[in-house]
Design a protein around this ligand. Structure first.
Ligand code: ADP
Length: 476
């Protein structure tokens, strides 16, 4: 029985021991000591336990082992370091319990478990966690982790800096309470959106957020990581560029405007004069003015007033810029017509013929009609400056990867785009126009506007001469 018991104890990986509390010496150990401490059990017995404690743990161990014996003592569970085989310091966990043996001596029986590997793993994990935390904390970005119910699980200091909401206040609350946003909890693909929020100083901030869902084995969303960057300054700088370009264009359009308004005024003037003549003539002849004639003149006047108001409205919309930040569906042909209204006089004065081929009806696109008109005015003005005689603007639809896109093409018969600037036409502020005439801003801003609408713009020189700009916008 005793032999069986001994072999069972010897088969343990952990060291099992009995120790005389008074002398501090081991009175029994199992075979595992040979592996852990490099000493065979028969030599180990009689060793003082403190000899095996690593210096950094000596005081702590001495403190717990010198306590008085108390029969109600339920035992200890401690973690410290011991000197193992070959002098290597190893972390161990010790469970021990005191009792009084048959000879009336207080003994301690316990188990020593080598946890060095686990300790090293935990340490590595800790340092990994710290490294991750420092990345999460140091990049200035706002990070929020939400669970599948969109309750906040974690926020970083970037979030607190931008919103003034601390980690303790944020964790556990529904995301919509602390950061209202159009996040769909069922969406398994990455999504992007922008939210506006006041920072602790009361300034409105625009935060561009990328939401990346993590899915479990069944493909359902288990958590979503929101990574946000403060886009306020970039947006403001961009807005300033839009405005600079828009006002430069408005200046260029002044002659168009003068003409567009003076022409209806002249027509109105003539119509008024002939209506008045009719009245004068009728009264001289003692008769009545011809009602159909007078009505015709009044209709003409009303028509011209409409035309002038439309032009003024277009210009107003153009100067005002963005009407709203929320994109709305609109008919792209409407933006094309607006751009033509704003430029055709200037084109005519430059001796150019404008050909329109507008496919109608076109599917709607999502964005801002005023912004698209701004892009087209820029393309038409560039085409005018390219020195040809014919400009064409055409709209239609194309299919790409199963989706319908609206295509708007502006072509001219000018000198074409210089080959050295063609590759960077939309990326840097390049201009070949004399100072005061060109800013080099236009095409870069065009690209930005179109990208915001989910579309794109390309440019090429045509084989028959002149340039061709093509815009593709996803239909709704
Ligand atoms: P800007 O008109 O102020 O120069 P843009 O960004 O609109 O700025 O255009 C940049 C340059 O691209 C122009 O200076 C011109 O050299 C070239 N470019 C643009 N459109 C055309 C075109 N239709 N034909 C030839 N060159 C063009």
């Amino acid at each position: 029985m005793r032999a069986r018991y001994q072999s069972l104890v010897d088969s343990m990986v952990d060291v099992a021991y009995t120790l005389d509390v008074e002398t501090g010496k081991f009175t029994f150990v199992n075979a595992a000591v040979a592996d852990m401490f490099g000493i065979p059990p028969e030599k180990f017995v009689g060793t003082h336990f403190l000899e095996l404690i690593a210096p950094e743990s000596a005081e702590e161990v001495r403190n717990t082992t010198t306590r008085e014996y108390d029969p109600s003592d339920t035992g200890t569970f401690t973690r410290f370091s011991m000197v193992g085989a070959g002098g290597a310091v190893r972390h161990v966990e010790v469970r021990a319990r005191r009792w009084v043996d048959g000879e009336g001596r207080v003994v301690s029986t316990g188990v020593i478990r080598d946890v060095e590997e686990r300790f090293q793993l935990e340490r590595r994990l800790d340092s990994e966690m710290n490294r991750l935390r420092s990345i999460v904390e140091s990049n200035g970005a706002l990070i929020v982790l939400v669970d599948h119910a969109l309750d906040v699980a974690m926020v970083n200091s970037g979030f607190t800096a931008l919103t003034g909401i601390t980690t303790t206040d944020a964790v556990g609350r529904p995301l919509q309470e602390i950061l209202p946003c159009p996040l769909d909890p069922a969406r398994t693909k990455r999504s992007r959106f922008a939210v506006r929020r006041r920072d602790p100083s009361g300034r409105e901030r625009l935060i561009a957020i990328t939401a990346t869902p993590a899915t479990d084995a069944e493909g359902t969303v288990s958590s979503i990581m929101l990574l946000g960057v403060d886009d306020t300054e970039r947006r403001e700088a961009e807005q300033a560029l839009y405005n600079a370009e828009r006002f430069a264009t408005v200046g260029e359009m002044a002659s168009t405007m003068a003409h567009e308004i003076s022409q209806p005024l002249q027509v109105i003037n003539i119509a008024c004069a002939s209506a008045l003549d009719e009245f004068v003539l009728a009264s001289e002849q003692g008769g009545q003015p011809d009602p159909a004639f007078v009505q015709g003149k009044l209709d003409r006047i009303a028509q011209q007033v409409d035309q002038a108001s439309r032009i003024i409205g277009d210009l107003r919309a153009f100067v005002r810029g963005t009407s709203s930040d929320t994109p709305e569906p609109f008919d792209p042909n409407e933006a094309v017509r607006r751009a033509i209204d704003l430029t055709d006089h200037g084109l005519g004065e430059a001796g150019m013929t404008l050909q329109e081929r507008l496919d109608a009806p076109l599917p709607t696109v999502l964005g801002d009609a005023g912004h698209l008109a701004q892009v087209l005015v820029n393309l038409l003005n560039n085409a005018r400056d390219a020195g040809g005689s014919i400009i064409s603007i055409a709209t239609g639809t194309v299919q790409e990867n199963g989706r319908t896109f609206v295509r708007i093409a502006v072509e001219d018969s000018g000198h074409g785009i210089p080959s050295d600037i063609l590759p960077r036409l939309f990326t840097s502020f390049v201009t070949t126009k004399p100072s005061g005439k060109g800013t080099g801003l236009g095409l870069r801003i065009c690209r930005r506007i179109l990208e915001e609408m989910g579309g794109r713009i390309t440019a090429a020189n045509r084989a028959e001469g002149g340039a061709r700009f093509e815009i593709l916008l996803p239909s709704q």
